[in-house]
Design a protein around this ligand. Sequence first.
Ligand SMILES: Nc1ncnc2c1ncn2[C@@H]1O[C@H](COP(=O)(O)OP(=O)(O)O)[C@@H](O)[C@H]1O
Ligand SMILES: [Mg+2]
Length: 229
Amino acid sequence: MSKGWNITCEGLTVRYRTRESYTTALREFNGSFASGRITVVFGPSGSGKTTLLNAAATLLKPTEGRVSYDGKNPYELPRTELLALRREIGISFQQPVFVSQLTLWENVELVLNSSGKLDDEHRELAVYLAKQLGIEKLLSKKSHEVSGGELRRASIVMALAKNPSIVILDEPTAYLDEESSKQVVEILRELKEKGKTIIVATHDPELIGIADVTYRLRYGRIVGSERGS
Ligand SMILES: Nc1ncnc2c1ncn2[C@@H]1O[C@H](COP(=O)(O)OP(=O)(O)O)[C@@H](O)[C@H]1O
Ligand SMILES: [Mg+2]
């Protein structure tokens, strides 16, 4: 399965509870993320971008409103179907997560394994992506032995090596130089050609420039939305 899904958010509200109070990080977000489209979420720090991505990824349950995948509420699916859906989501977190005792390559394999995709086809895809991003020589290193930008690129390889239907990248070009950022743009174009559902949170004008649809957030609300060509 590698087609995209159409993800729709209706009245999506996420509130975080803290000890004394709560923060409404996302307020009544209405929008959609379509297959074969690059949708970019942008806005200042703290505006709710990461919250929206995590809610769209079914990693954060809405406080109010809903997220649906091809019209279905993921939280109403049988457990096994929800897990199967999550295996189709490739996500690169804003703060990439690695098992520090393992090499970058072993981290990639761990993700492939947990998605039931630890085979030659997906290993080859991982190597292809690592070459594209210029980190193939670093795969034998551990996460503390490489730079922030290199880790960011490794986390993109981890997200994409399983050939997911849904690609969610949280600030993928943060800490990247111009050359690496261009490679990320190229990869996003290729994913779009394949009909993936692509959601990106960013401040990077280059990425905003290739979006088919943008949502601009401020204090958890949409303050602008544009549809490209
Ligand atoms: N786990 C959390 N607990 C409490 N508040 C949070 C948590 N995560 C984020 N927030 C708050 O929610 C708001 C939106 O955060 P976030 O979605 O990370 O925004 P962005 O990605 O645009 O910087 C911010 O005010 C942030 O401080
Ligand atoms: Mg964020």
